[in-house]
Ligand binder design. Structure first.
Ligand code: ADP
Ligand code: MG
Length: 371
C-alpha cells in the first residue's frame, strides 16, 4: 500500500506569488480536499506535488521519496485539470491508450485494459470519437479513464468538475467515490464545493493567499473553524446547525393560530377544525399572549353556553424568546413533554410557535444542506 504525500517547509515562488506550506500530510488511500479562494495557490501547490517545476525550498515526498529525484513515470500520479486537456488529435480510445502505449515494457493487453475503462466509465459508444465532439461531462470521464488506466497511487484533481452543470457534477462526484473504492488510490482534489468536500473528504485543507489557513477532518473544521475566513467559507447556515447556534427564530412557525379571549366555544371549535389544529393561542388585540385553549378544554366546557375562551383558557407556564438557542428550547420541550412552546418577545407579545413539526422540518432541511 502506498500513496502518501509529505510536504515540509515548502516555498514556491511564481512571479509575484509565493506559496508557503509548513507541513502537509496526505495519508495513504485517503480523499483529501483542498479549498480556497481564487489565486490562493491551489494549482501551484498541485503542480508542485506533481513535480511540474522545481521548488524553491523545502521537500515534497511521495511515499518517502523526494519528488525531484523521481522520474515522471515513477511518480505514479494521475492528474486531471479543469480544462480536460485531452489530446485533440486522438480518438477517445487512443487518448485512454496513450499512457499504456508509451509504457516500457509495453503491455500486451492494451485492448483489454482500454476496453475495461470504457466499460467502467460507460463511454464505450464514444471510443471512436474525437474530444472536440463530446460533452464536458464525457470529456471528464475520458480524462478519468485515461489517468486511471495507469493505476496511479495518487490521483490529483484540480477543479475538474467546476465547469460542469450541477447534475453532471453530482454524477462525477459519485463516479469519483466509486473510483476511490475500485482503484483504492489516494485522491487529492481541489474544489470550490464545500458540500462535496464535507461529504466525501477524509481531510480538508483551506488556503488563502499562498498559505494554509486550516487543515483537518471535516468534523474538526465544522466544529472548530480556525477564524472568520474559514467560517465564511463554510457558510453560516451549515455552521449554525453544526455548532448548535441556530435560534428559535429560525425554526418557529411565524403565524400560529390565535383566538381572542372574548370569543365563544363553538366559534373556537370551528376555528380549530378549519385550521386543523387541536389548540389555539389566546392573545389580546395587541397580540399579547394570555394563554391557550385545547380541544379537550373546549369539549369539556361546551355545554355551558355562557362560557367564553377567557373562562377556560390556561396560562402558559413556559415560553421561549426568539433568540433562545434551539438545543436549549428542544431540551425544555422534552422536559415539559410539551408538543409546542409559544415564542414571545421581551414585552410578552406572541411572535411565533415552536412545534415538533417545525423542528423536524428545520433539522431535516439542514441535513439536506449537509448531505
Ligand atoms: N507561472 C506563473 N507566473 C506568475 N504567476 C503565477 C504563475 N502561476 C501562478 N501564478 C500566480 O500565483 C497565484 C496562485 O495561482 P493558482 O495556484 O493558479 O491559484 P488557484 O488557487 O486559483 O489555483 C496567482 O496569483 C497567479 O497569478
Ligand atoms: Mg487553480
Amino acid at each position: 500500500m502506498a500513496g502518501r504525500i509529505d510536504v515540509e517547509n515548502l516555498r514556491v515562488t511564481r512571479g509575484e506569488f509565493t506559496l508557503e506550506v509548513d507541513s502537509l500530510h496526505v495519508r495513504e488511500r485517503e480523499i483529501f480536499a483542498i479549498l480556497g479562494t481564487t489565486g490562493s495557490g491551489k494549482t501551484v501547490l498541485m503542480e508542485s506535488i506533481a513535480g511540474a517545476f522545481p521548488i524553491n525550498e523545502g521537500s515534497i515526498k511521495l511515499d518517502d521519496k523526494d519528488i525531484e529525484a523521481l522520474p515522471i513515470q515513477q511518480r505514479h500520479l494521475g492528474i486531471l485539470y479543469q480544462d480536460y486537456a485531452l489530446f485533440p488529435h486522438l480518438t477517445v480510445w487512443d487518448n485512454i491508450a496513450y499512457g499504456l502505449k508509451h509504457q516500457r515494457p509495453r503491455p500486451d493487453n492494451i485492448d483489454e485494459q482500454v476496453g475495461n475503462m470504457l466499460h467502467m466509465f460507460e463511454i464505450e459508444h464514444l471510443a471512436g470519437r474525437y474530444p472536440g465532439v463530446i460533452s464536458g461531462g464525457e470529456s471528464q470521464r475520458v480524462a478519468l479513464a485515461r489517468a486511471l488506466v495507469m493505476h496511479p497511487e495518487i490521483l490529483i484533481l484540480d477543479e475538474p468538475f467546476s465547469a460542469l452543470d450541477p447534475t453532471t457534477k453530482r454524477q462525477m462526484y459519485k463516479l469519483l467515490r466509486n473510483v476511490h473504492e475500485s482503484f483504492s488510490c489516494t485522491i487529492v482534489f481541489v474544489t470550490h464545493d464545500m458540500d462535496e468536500a464535507i461529504k466525501i473528504a477524509d481531510n480538508i485543507l483551506l488556503m488563502k493567499d499562498g498559505e494554509i489557513v486550516q487543515s483537518g477532518s471535516p468534523e474538526e473544521i465544522l466544529r472548530h473553524p480556525a477564524n472568520d475566513f474559514v467560517k465564511e467559507f463554510i457558510g453560516k447556515k451549515r455552521l449554525s446547525k453544526v455548532q448548535d447556534m441556530a435560534t428559535v427564530e429560525e425554526v418557529m412557525v411565524n403565524h400560529p393560530r390565535t383566538v381572542h379571549p372574548t370569543r365563544g366555544l363553538a366559534q373556537s371549535m370551528t376555528m380549530m377544525e378549519k385550521n386543523k389544529v387541536d389548540s389555539l393561542l389566546v392573545v389580546d388585540n395587541q397580540d399579547k399572549l394570555l394563554g391557550n385553549i385545547t380541544i379537550y378544554d373546549v369539549v369539556k366546557a361546551f355545554d355551558d353556553e355562557s362560557l367564553k375562551v377567557q373562562d377556560i383558557m390556561k396560562p402558559f407556564e413556559h415560553s421561549v424568546t426568539p433568540d433562545t438557542l434551539l438545543p436549549k428550547a428542544i431540551q425544555l420541550m422534552d422536559e415539559l413533554k410539551a408538543p409546542y412552546l409559544p415564542v414571545v418577545n421581551d414585552t410578552g407579545h406572541l411572535v411565533g410557535l415552536l412545534t415538533r413539526g417545525s423542528i423536524v422540518g428545520y433539522v431535516s432541511s439542514e441535513v439536506e444542506v449537509m448531505l
